[in-house]
Design a protein around this ligand. Structure first.
Ligand SMILES: [Fe+2]
Length: 194
């Protein structure tokens, strides 16, 4: 059984309220609960009745991806919030310059991805291409590619900002950047790229 992790960022942040963070954490716990439920139900699902139109096995297998991505995305999100937005240093900073030109340019691209997405924008390290990419996601589990891992996860579902910003998503995205601890993303980058 998978257990929800604890995060230091579930508190009042700079421009993101404690209520938003607490409610958001509750949604994450919901993904964990459903993931465990799906894993259990899949063990008992009738595989002989597997069917592409509808079957329990199909429904559980499809939603497994949504639940698991809901866990992983939010763990990246909560894990790198709580910082002060100071730019990254070291090899991660160098890779950002190589792939995007500058840190400011990366932030512009990630912001545009966040404004374009219906759910998420990610900065990922693609192990095959050996480069950083910005990916737009419309749900927890869309437009992902094999062998790429998220270093930054920008949640743009309304639940991430409506309490604090209403429909002003751009202002929320600015707050998101003000609260990122880029050293967390740098650590993930170093582990994945070495
Ligand atoms: Fe979320």
């Amino acid at each position: 059984m998978y257990k929800a992790k604890n995060f230091g960022s579930i508190r009042e942040l700079n421009g993101i309220s404690k209520r938003t963070m607490t409610e958001h954490y509750t949604l994450y716990q919901g993904y964990v609960k459903k993931w465990n439920e799906i894993v259990d139900k899949l063990k008992a699902a009738d595989m002989s009745a597997a069917n592409q139109v509808y079957s329990d096995f199909r429904a559980l297998s499809v939603e497994m991806s949504f639940a698991l991505s809901g866990i992983k995305n939010h763990e990246v999100y909560f894990g790198h919030l709580g910082g002060d937005g100071a730019p990254p240093t070291g090899s991660f900073a160098g890779q950002i310059d190589t792939d995007f030109g500058s840190f400011d340019q990366l932030k512009k691209i990630l912001s545009a991805a966040g404004m374009s997405a219906r759910g998420w924008a990610w900065l990922v390290w693609d192990r095959d291409l050996q480069r950083l990419l910005v990916i737009v996601g419309d749900t927890q589990n869309t437009y992902l590619n094999w062998n790429a891992a998220p270093l930054v996860a920008l949640d743009v579902y309304e639940h991430a900002y409506f309490i604090d910003y209403g429909a002003a998503r751009a202002a929320y995205i600015e707050s998101f950047f003000n609260n990122i601890d880029w050293s967390v993303a740098a650590k993930s980058f170093e582990a994945l790229s070495s």
